[in-house]
Design a binder for this molecule. Sequence first.
Ligand SMILES: NC(=O)C1=CN([C@@H]2O[C@H](COP(=O)(O)OP(=O)(O)OC[C@H]3O[C@@H](n4cnc5c(N)ncnc54)[C@H](O)[C@@H]3O)[C@@H](O)[C@H]2O)C=CC1
Ligand SMILES: C[C@H](CCCC(C)(C)O)[C@H]1CC[C@H]2[C@@H]3[C@H](O)CC4=CC(=O)CC[C@]4(C)[C@H]3CC[C@]12C
Length: 415
Amino acid sequence: MADSARAQKLVYLVTGGCGFLGEHVVRMLLQREPRLCELRIFDLHLGPWLDELKTGPVRVTAIQGDVTQAHEVAAAVAGTHVVIHTAGLVDVFGKASPETIHEVNVQGWPSVTCCGSPWTWGRKHMPSSTFGMGRRKKLQLGHSPPPHLLPSPGTQNVIEACVQTGTQFLVYTSSMEVVGPNVKGHPFYRGNEDTPYEAVHRHPYPCSKALAERLVLEANGRKVRGGLPLVTCALRPTGIYGEGHQIMRDFYHQGLRLGGRLFRAIPASVEHGRVYVGNVAWMHVLVARELEQRAALMGGQVYFCYDKSPYKSYEDFNMEFLRPCGLRLVGTRPLLPYWLLVFLAALNALLQWLLRPLLLYAPLLNPYTLAVANTTFTVSTNKAQRHFGYEPLFSWEDSRTRTIRWVQGVESSSQ
Ligand SMILES: NC(=O)C1=CN([C@@H]2O[C@H](COP(=O)(O)OP(=O)(O)OC[C@H]3O[C@@H](n4cnc5c(N)ncnc54)[C@H](O)[C@@H]3O)[C@@H](O)[C@H]2O)C=CC1
Ligand SMILES: C[C@H](CCCC(C)(C)O)[C@H]1CC[C@H]2[C@@H]3[C@H](O)CC4=CC(=O)CC[C@]4(C)[C@H]3CC[C@]12C
């Protein structure tokens, strides 16, 4: 990059900047993006920790806002060079309605279903290699919804705000869930961005992420205000772990309640790809930095987020952190037969539905989480390294140590 460009003072916006990943992206930008002059942090709920950032050399602007409100998003985006869009409703436990998940994650569109009526998306039964992975091909919608039913909210608002205000670079936090595991429970073993896989979803969360990712990739090349092309790309983390990981905290507290024990539910042979939050944040920072210079290569592309974290079952991986904090995992094999877990998961779903008018019942175990936890999904790729020189910033040992220290902090703060 030319020296003149390097000296340029950049304005970044991070949506969802107070979330688990968003906070790490924000801190990483402040540490590792020397060209930054202003950082805008947009979130529905602003964290108190933002105050400590306001004393540094970079101007930090906290904006309480809702991505479903087009005018709020446009005001936050105006005048920025880069938008990193991490905001989203991460709900696989049935806390939010499918409509709300779609509204926040994609666009306001009542009764949308990803893989069925009223509109069938062309991606159904399409191998992932034809789904915007690697190939720069326009994706086909089976039957497009009427335009008046394609209004503003969520990711669509972010895209439109970039176009209207002239922001040229958009990085979207997608998810491995865009690919799988699919409803058939097919394993995805050491796959990469071009591995064919039958991506079929029914759950609102993966459906919403898939639709939003498609919107972002299709927007690549649109002319923004001023006539320059919008450059977009999507990052697909596998299961993220690290400081601030709510589900890890839940497992930890569950273990404490059970007298320091957790009980194996999933066979150790089912492998999950996991990635440390600091490395996911680093990938976002690098992509945002390199998009301008490598627009032709990176625009419209997807990248899995990966690092050197070992492949293990979800439970065995969590024990890497929870064991040093005094918990143990009981059983070398699942203690309950799988059919019983399926039954309990279905029972939980029924209870959730029956109790909904009275209270929110949202346990960790439901048919969807059981299916995801019980399906191998691992990634092995070097696309990010080839395209923009990504190397993990944190080794596995470092990621592990940092996460253990954080869990130990959770322990002492809850005593
Ligand atoms: N946690 C994980 O394992 C993975 C997460 N992801 C993606 O990473 C992104 C961040 O996820 P996490 O940090 O885990 O979730 P999170 O729930 O901790 O963070 C999401 C943030 O978005 C904000 N937000 C939600 N609705 C909003 C709205 N309407 N307007 C403005 N802000 C809103 C929330 O307040 C929150 O701060 C999401 O897009 C998620 O889909 C992808 C792969 C794995
Ligand atoms: C909650 C699950 C583990 C509980 C299983 C039980 C009850 C049998 O012990 C989690 C197993 C796998 C997780 C998901 C996976 O890491 C991929 C994800 C990607 C995202 O984009 C969002 C989060 C998640 C869906 C993650 C959610 C929790 C699990 C289902």
